[in-house]
Design a binder for this molecule. Structure first.
Ligand SMILES: [Zn+2]
Length: 1021
């Protein structure tokens, strides 16, 4: 700097300002934030929170680090970083944190000093973990086993790192709420309350009138009041109340300006606005406690900005004295509610479907991204099996694990992940994480199976030499090991693992190239097998998707599916050998015929007691005939599609990723293509080309008393740029009086009545969309004499829009956004060689008739088989030394034992330190089946043969505390009009320490940590 231009007057003016008496006074102000509950006043609980989506518009990692901000300015690292000094600045400030996927990312990056500070926040209650799963899971498109697993992962991290157990459920954003959330992922976790933001607008209006937003929610008929929870729906959403109380740095709410020397002083104005908002909320709320959710999506990126304003509000509002306000948490609020009132309204069943306004039913996402939904479901079942095998092998420190898959699956349960409501690039990120998790788990499964195979000849652990391959692309009939040329004396070995606790008979289907094949079982006996020609539709599917997924062309296509019947012990495997036929019967070739349409003829398929009739005239199924149950029923199955509403200038609500808003519906004619009929000893099928983009196989298998329908839907045409939402309908002649039943997150069945809600008088504006419900396990009808059940292979939206009919939405392709934030049309495509087309979705559903009261047995046991399919691993070998060097069968449980038909093992997981996590589920509800809806007994010693059980601790559902501790702490809630308990629910009761038998009551899930006296290693049978 060389010259200074001297401006004397300006300098003098500045000096005068600095020296003016009012300004030299220190303006440092200490705000009084010490207030707590005041029993004599209306108490406004300020709950500072941030809602951090584990992927939505950006991927989870982009949200964490704060990249890709042109999409959304959001950085969770900033939130957590800025929280530390903000909480240190005033010990009365409080904060809750919810999504452990983010918290873990942050935690690993912190210094010891910061970690110690945060631990102190947690001890003092300044920071509290709420909900505490890896993500805030969706409640419609998730399976309850995934909800449990993702919550367990988060809860165990919290208890291991901080020694605390979350006590509040916080599902503030999911789009409707499942009964399972209340009783299972609420009460059974030990939660004292559950809060959420989204319930139907008509329901909300009525609840505001009746002051019944807060209820005691009893989600399970079977477990009743023993698994109820205090539940609160927010008056609007999970943001601050109307009146301008947002304080992110870029918010446009008025800040509290309390400096008298500056312009725009507004303390009284802001206090008045605060009091007005509080009174208005108090008018719709019972007791003198109301909660303000002070935050929203990705807020507190500069935490002090919020806290500074709340400090002032607390100070001035309390000084004003009309209402009382203070820093609070949902725990403090819950305790106040518990202390303040004696009884609450009762809520049963669930909060589905959800509409946030007229013509805006969030029922499209029940089906959105059906391929991702299927991928999640397949890997969920695979994860269950892989953990069993990890346990049998012994968890390795160096080798592959299931942890990466656990993490990917947990994140995929987020309410914008499996729900199908993320942007496309984020959906790709979920799929990539799942694929990486699968790859590691696949290596673990192969090595564990190989160790078990070799444990006959090799002692204990060690690197097994058997190389096993698995075929994740079996669904597109791509499986290199099974397609091997067997003509030169090679044998293909198939190791088949059964993750269920029951012995299982099933049919296996793998692609093969060789025509003369025989299949031998582990004792060398030939088993019946059948070759079914692979239709062109599948060969095209195979070559197209191999290009996409593998990046290469697979020319030499297999000609046949080889189908054979297998029998596999519980939690164990059996081995089958496939080779070129040397004498013996060999595989039966299917008898294939075609029936031209228009001929007046019909054909029956079926290999056992069940047969179905197809009519060439109708072009589809006409009758179902089960000779065993003597049920002969007319049945039709067809496809149609809804055209999506595009939105108009006056009525902008379009159908989109969240919302299903149809415009019209069109029946898809069964076309004129001939029916291809396949007959054979194991499977009988009818193949149909319904239209250029729908192909279907209807299959009956030997020993199966249900119809399996396998469909290929897509690419849904886009040339008219009109969205299409494709459904299938299965119609019976049953008189069902508007009534049907759908499952809650794959568990309890809830009664649904068309155009009706139990909680309010429904105004029907969307007769299709407003009657759609999420389906994870199945849907069924009954007419007083019989039941008709349909089971699914992933979550779908569905309904019964006409008596006797079931409708499932299988696929959707849309061209408009529905205005709920994702800002993208749900138009999924796949691209090969720079050409893109609409996504093809493949899947299966299953249906069957039963006599009244007998349908649950199939829905429950076969439903579990759909969730946990047999796991196949392949090895190719020259010669046949396999059986002499390896064991060919294995069961992880006592050879004489199997679980009762009504019990499934949901978790068998090595926790290290000679501990195993064991979760047992009763599969039936009370009254569902005359024999199986009873208490079942499981002998723990027989589950762990060859091991010394030391201690068995029963835990909460997420295994973060002992169940007895949880029950001691649990708040007891009273229901209006009930005196005391509503009658004790049936429970299995304490486990006898001498015989170690666990009793389990209908719908109970019991979680144990079993401690062994020796290290869990491979058993040598
Ligand atoms: Zn969200």
């Amino acid at each position: 700097m060389t010259t200074i231009i001297f401006q004397p007057y300006a300098l003098l003016a500045a000096l005068a300002l600095l020296l003016s008496p009012s300004l030299v006074e220190p303006r440092f102000m200490v705000y009084n934030t010490t207030a707590g509950i005041d029993p004599g006043k209306l108490n406004v609980h300020l709950v500072p929170h941030t809602h951090d989506d584990v992927g939505w518009l950006k991927t989870v990692d982009q949200y964490y680090v704060g990249s890709n901000n042109s999409i959304q300015g959001a950085c969770v690292a900033n939130v957590l970083d800025s929280l530390v000094p903000a909480l240190l600045a005033d010990k009365n400030r409080k904060f809750i944190y919810v999504e452990i996927a983010f918290f873990q990312r942050w935690w690993t990056e912190q210094s010891e000093t910061i970690k110690n500070t945060v631990k102190q926040f947690i001890r003092s209650g300044q920071l509290e973990f709420i909900n505490g799963g890896m993500c805030m899971h969706d409640e419609a498109a998730v399976h309850y086993i995934d909800m449990i697993d993702q919550t367990t992962l988060g809860h165990r991290f919290i208890v291991e790192e901080f020694g605390v157990t979350p006590r509040i459920g916080w599902q503030i954003d999911p789009f409707g709420h499942s009964a399972v959330q209340a009783y299972l992922l609420g009460a059974e976790l030990g939660f004292d309350s559950l809060y959420f933001g989204r319930i139907d607008y008509q329901d909300r209006a009525k609840r505001k009138d009746e002051k019944s937003l807060e209820v005691v929610w009893r989600g399970s008929k079977s477990l009743g009041s023993s698994a109820q929870i205090f539940a609160g729906a927010f008056p609007e959403n999970y943001e601050p109340p109307p009146g301008g109380f947002y304080y992110e740095v870029d918010s446009d709410s008025p800040v509290v300006q309390d400096d008298v020397n500056l312009f725009d002083y507004n303390v009284q104005e802001r206090v008045d606005a605060f009091v007005a908002a509080a009174i208005s909320q108090a008018n719709i709320t019972r007791t003198n406690h109301i909660m303000w959710t002070m935050g929203t999506d990705f807020q507190y990126q500069y935490a002090n900005s919020w806290f500074k304003q709340m400090d002032k509000l607390i100070h001035y509002v309390n000084k004003d004295g009309r209402v009382n306000t203070f820093y609070s948490t949902p725990s403090i609020y819950t305790d106040a509610k518990h202390a303040a009132a004696k009884a609450w309204p009762l809520k049963t069943e669930d909060y589905f479907p959800y509409a946030d306004r007229e013509n805006a039913y969030w029922t499209g996402y029940f089906t959105s991204r059906p391929a991702l939904k299927r991928y999640v479901r397949i890997l969920s079942g695979y994860y269950l099996a892989a953990r069993q095998l990890e346990f049998f092998q012994g968890r390795s420190d160096s080798g592959p694990k299931t942890d990466l898959l656990a993490d990917a699956l947990a994140i995929a349960q987020h309410h914008d992940a499996v729900s199908g409501t993320s942007k496309q690039h984020v959906a790709n990120d979920y799929a990539k994480r799942l694929a990486l998790g699968y790859a590691e788990a696949e290596a673990l499964v192969s090595s564990s199976l190989a160790s078990l195979l070799e444990s006959k000849s090799f002692s204990k652990k060690g690197n097994p030499s058997t190389k096993l391959e698995q075929c994740p692309l079996l669904n597109i009939s791509y499986c290199p090991p099974s397609e091997a040329d067997l003509s030169h004396g090679k044998t293909l070995t198939v190791v088949i693992y059964n993750p269920l606790g029951w012995k299982r008979q099933d049919l296996i289907q793998i692609p093969v190239k060789t025509e003369d094949i025989s299949v031998l079982d582990s004792e060398g006996k030939e088993v019946v097998s059948q070759l079914v020609p692979i239709p062109d539709a599948y060969l095209n599917l195979r070559s197209y998707h191999a290009k996409i997924f593998l990046g290469n062309t697979v020319n030499d296509a297999p000609k046949y599916w080889l189908v054979f019947s297998v029998s596999v012990p519980p939690l164990g495997f059996n081995t089958y050998f496939i080779s070129a036929a040397k004498g013996g019967a060999g595989s039966a070739k299917s008898r294939v015929s075609t029936i031209q349409r228009g001929e007046k003829s019909s054909v029956d398929i079926g290999q056992g007691s069940l047969a179905v009739t197809f009519s060439s005239e109708a072009g589809g199924i006409t009758h179902y005939d089960n000779k065993k149950s003597t049920l002969m029923e007319p049945v039709q199955q067809s496809y149609s599609f809804y055209t999506s509403f595009n939105g108009t200038e006056k009525d902008t609500q379009a159908s989109g990723a969240y919302i299903f808003r149809p415009n019209n519906s069109y029946v898809i004619s069964q076309g004129q293509a001939p029916l291809t009929v396949v007959h054979g000893p194991l499977v009988e099928e009818v193949h149909q080309r319904i239209n250029p983009w729908i192909y279907q196989i209807t299959r009956l298998g030997k020993g199966k008393e249900h119809v399996e329908v396998e469909f290929l839907v897509g690419p849904i045409p886009d040339s008219d740029h009109v969205g299409k939402e494709v459904v299938t309908q299965i119609s019976t002649s049953m008189q069902t009086n508007k009534t049907f039943y759908t499952d809650a997150s794959g568990r309890d069945f809830l009664k649904r009545v068309r155009d009706y809600r139990a909680d309010w008088d429904l105004k029907v504006d969307q007769p299709a969309a407003g009657n759609y419900y999420p389906i994870n396990l199945g849907i069924f009808l009954e007419d007083g004499k019989k039941e008709f059940s349909v089971l699914v292979d992933r979550s779908f939206g569905g309904s019964s829009l006409r008596d006797g009919q079931v409708e499932l939405m299988l696929h959707r392709r849309l061209f408009h956004d529905d205005g709920r934030g994702v800002d993208e049309a749900l138009n999924e495509t796949t691209c090969a060689e720079k050409k893109c087309q609409g996504l093809i979705v493949q899947g299966k559903y299953y249906f069957r008739f039963d006599r009244l009261g007998e349908g649950a047995r199939w829905r429950r046991s076969f439903g579990q088989e759909i969730y946990s399919p047999l796991l196949l691993a392949f090895a190719e070998q020259d010669g046949d030394h396999w059986s002499s060097t390896r064991r060919t069968t294995f069961s992880g449980i006592d050879a004489s034992y199997a679980l009762p038909d009504n019990v499934a093992i949901l978790t068998l997981q090595d926790l290290g330190d000679k501990k195993v996590l064991l979760r047992l589920a009763h599969l039936y509800e009370i009254g569902e089946d005359k024999d199986l809806s009873q208490i079942a007994s499981i002998e723990l010693r027989k589950l762990f043969p060859g091991k010394q059980i030391g201690k068995v601790s029963e835990m909460s559902l997420s295994a973060n505390q002992e169940r007895s501790e949880m029950e001691k702490k649990r708040l007891v809630w009273q229901v209006e009009g009930e005196k005391g308990e509503d009658g004790k629910a049936l429970r299995g009761g304490p486990i006898d320490p001498n015989n170690l038998v666990v009793n389990i009551a209908p719908m109970e899930i019991r979680t144990f940590v079993v401690q062994f006296k020796e290290s869990p290693e491979i058993l040598d049978a």
